[in-house]
Design a protein around this ligand. Structure first.
Ligand SMILES: Nc1nc2c(ncn2[C@@H]2O[C@H](COP(=O)(O)OP(=O)(O)OP(=O)(O)O)[C@@H](O)[C@H]2O)c(=O)[nH]1
Length: 207
């Protein structure tokens, strides 16, 4: 079973409005992601901040269901166990809800994630013995919000949170990680584009 967790619970301060619901070329970012991921996975968990955000995303997903003529596209909305604690807690919440052994984690602000990337990640997790699979750039920087995490990470994340860490990168030092070059996962590298500011959106439309 292939599971995907999409983190949507950030504050979008730089964008000024909820990034997942931002319009890009006719669809909200989250719908760009869902259109692609729904065809590849059997379970999708959106991790949101609070009930108010759930209501907004539920409306958006109801429109999506009508659009694709599918009343049950295996999408579940869950809420962070504590608000505003950052993506590490979002990951913890997401992993606590999945039915499978692990999940591909994506941020809601990367609407150009490609099916090639998603397929490749799942293909590599099947042969990797590591708990986490993380894309790495030639300069050594990593993409922990475009990574695969197995459920064995849950107690380690819990410990990291108790120790005051809120950053997903802090987890990578604590558990077995396999690093894979970004060029292997997405030769065009568009999957890793994050749209954080209004100007990022207008620039992405010009490309
Ligand atoms: N569930 C959950 N997701 C989060 C949380 N914080 C950030 N995220 C998600 O993690 C991804 C990266 O977030 P950032 O861009 O670093 O932070 P942001 O709060 O969304 O945006 P800024 O306020 O502009 O920094 C996005 O998909 C966010 O929605 C959180 O506390 N809970």
């Amino acid at each position: 079973m292939k599971s995907c967790i999409i983190l949507c619970g950030g504050r979008s301060r730089r964008m000024g409005k909820d990034k997942g619901l931002m319009n890009l070329d006719g669809d909200p970012f989250i719908i760009h992601l869902l259109k692609m991921v729904v065809k590849i996975t059997e379970e999708i968990i959106l991790v949101l901040r609070d009930k108010k955000q759930v209501e907004l995303y539920q409306n958006c997903i109801n429109d999506f269901k009508r659009q694709i003529h599918n009343h049950d596209p295996h999408i579940k909305l869950v809420v962070d166990i504590e608000v505003d604690q950052g993506p590490l807690l979002g990951l913890y919440t997401g992993l606590s809800h999945i039915k499978s052994e692990g999940a591909l984690v994506l941020p809601c602000d990367s609407p150009f994630v490609s099916p090639y990337f998603v397929d490749k990640m799942f293909e590599l997790t099947e042969v990797s013995e590591a708990c986490i699979l993380v894309p790495v750039w030639p300069d050594g920087s990593t993409e922990p919000l475009h990574s695969y995490y197995c459920k064995e990470c849950i107690p380690i994340i819990q410990k990291q949170l108790e120790n005051g860490f809120r950053n997903v990168k802090s987890l990578l030092e604590k558990i077995d990680v396999a690093y894979v070059g970004v060029e292997v996962l997405d030769p065009g590298k568009k999957s890793f584009i994050n749209l954080n500011r209004p100007e990022d959106v207008s620039q992405s439309l010009k490309k």
